[in-house]
Design a protein. Structure first.
Length: 164
């Protein structure tokens, strides 16, 4: 008997990819809490005042340049810290930052939520994620709903990988 249908190769494509369904279609969270952002902003502004006061000292022009260059890098980092957002969908986990971090959920091999309970406002909770190819990414989030989704993601991924 011959058939015009292509052969079924689904058993030869390897294991099924990991699938995760967030509680909402798209879940977003600030990457860092408001107290953490205020602390970072206060630090960079305090350093600007300190750098400005150094102008009163008899320093060479090149020394001023290095101080302001270092401050500029810190200010750039804090600017991204203030605007950073974390987004979770059924396909990806992403964070806007100095560079855009993105992990495909189907490629996850391992995740671990790292946090200091009670200090989430000053020590940002983070999800350490490693892909099947060995690439790792750290994603920050401060919203309790996102933290709960991180916990559920870790539990479901661990159960999925143990079945394989």
């Amino acid at each position: 008997m011959t058939s015009n249908q292509p052969p079924d190769l689904t058993g030869h494509l390897g294991p099924a990819p990991f699938r995760f369904a967030p509680s909402r279609e798209t879940l977003t969270s600030p990457a860092f809490s408001l107290p953490f952002k205020v602390l970072a902003l206060a630090l960079v502004l305090g350093l600007a005042v300190w750098a400005y006061q150094l102008y009163g000292l008899q320093m060479a022009q090149s020394e001023h340049l290095w101080i302001w260059a270092a401050w500029g890098i810190m200010a750039y980092t804090v600017g991204h810290l203030l605007l950073g957002q974390t987004r979770l969908t059924a396909q990806t986990l992403e964070q806007t930052w100095i560079w855009h971090k993105k992990v495909e959920l189907r490629d996850l091999a391992y995740v671990k939520l790292i946090r200091v309970p009670g200090l989430d406002t000053v020590i940002a909770p983070r999800l350490y994620a490693r892909t099947l190819m060995g690439k790792f990414t750290v994603i920050y989030a401060c919203d309790p709903k996102m933290i709960e989704e991180f916990k559920r993601l870790a539990t479901e991924l661990q159960a999925f990988r143990q079945m394989r």
